[in-house]
Structures are given as structure tokens and as C-alpha cells.
Design a protein. Structure first.
Length: 151
């Protein structure tokens, strides 16, 4: 099973992502996003970031997760290379995360490094993951999602 594949869409780009588990799907989506931006093969893991998010559904959480990674790149030049992810359901009394109380929750530890234009290959300038054309479904081998990115 391929982890992800790029789909060209007029004016945008999409990823078809697969995973045996939801955590694997979220990890593969993050890896695919990083590879849209640069070749991570030679990138050293020099930094680690913690990400905690809530969402109304797994679809919502996936888009919010990918947009948080875009934010880390846009703001700090940080590119994730390894993603340790835990997914779960939020309790009603849980503290809102990222300004939004939700039904599902993601906690992740992201290892990676800072993008350097002189060292790292520039691929696509990803602006955001979108809800447009988003699909998220269970398949025989686990899970599959399609996410469209504004570029």
C-alpha cells in the first residue's frame, strides 16, 4: 500500500493518503505535506515540536493538523520529518485546544528541522489544506483520505 500520492488539480495540488490506522493516515498525510514542500531525505532532525489540536470530526481534525504544519513552516521555517501521533476523543470538560473545543483530539510530537533555501530543495509553496474536495473513508486496507492544498 502506497502511503500517499500526489494528484495534480488545476491551480492546486492534492494528496491521496492511506493508512492501516487513523494515526498512520495522519502521519502519512504529514509526511506527504512535507514532501510537497521539500525533499526531507537529507534533512536532519534538529528540533522537536509538540502539537495538540481539537476538531469536530476526523475530517476537520485532519485539515486542522495539516494547517498547523503549514503554520509551523510559514512562521518558523520548521519542516516535520517524523511524526508520533495519538488520536482520541475529547472529554466534554476538556480544556479547549487551539481555540476550539472539539469532539476529537490529536496530540503529536514532530521531529524535524529548519528549511534553508540554500541547502534544501524548494518544491511547492503550500498556503493551506482546504475542505474543498476533502474525502475521508474507511477502505478494506484501513483508511483513505484526499486533501486539496491551496498553492
Amino acid at each position: 500500500m502506497k502511503k500517499y500520492e500526489q494528484i495534480d488539480i488545476s491551480g492546486d495540488v492534492a494528496l491521496r493518503v492511506r493508512g492501516r490506522t487513523l494515526e498512520e493516515l495522519f502521519r502519512n498525510a504529514a509526511e506527504g505535506l512535507s514532501e510537497l514542500i521539500t525533499d526531507t531525505a537529507g534533512m536532519e532532525e534538529t528540533e522537536e515540536r509538540e502539537v495538540v489540536l481539537g476538531g469536530e470530526s476526523m475530517e476537520d481534525l485532519l485539515v486542522r493538523w495539516l494547517n498547523e504544519l503549514v503554520f509551523l513552516f510559514d512562521t518558523y521555517g520548521f519542516i516535520g520529518k517524523r511524526f508520533d501521533i495519538a488520536l482520541g476523543h475529547a472529554r466534554d470538560d476538556s480544556t479547549p485546544v487551539s481555540g476550539k473545543r472539539g469532539k476529537v483530539r490529536l496530540a503529536a510530537r514532530v521531529s524535524g528541522g529548519c528549511f534553508s533555501p540554500g541547502v534544501n530543495e524548494s518544491r511547492l509553496l503550500v498556503k493551506a489544506a482546504t475542505y474543498h474536495g476533502l474525502s475521508f473513508r474507511r477502505v478494506d486496507s484501513g483508511w483513505e483520505a484526499v486533501v486539496v492544498f491551496d498553492i
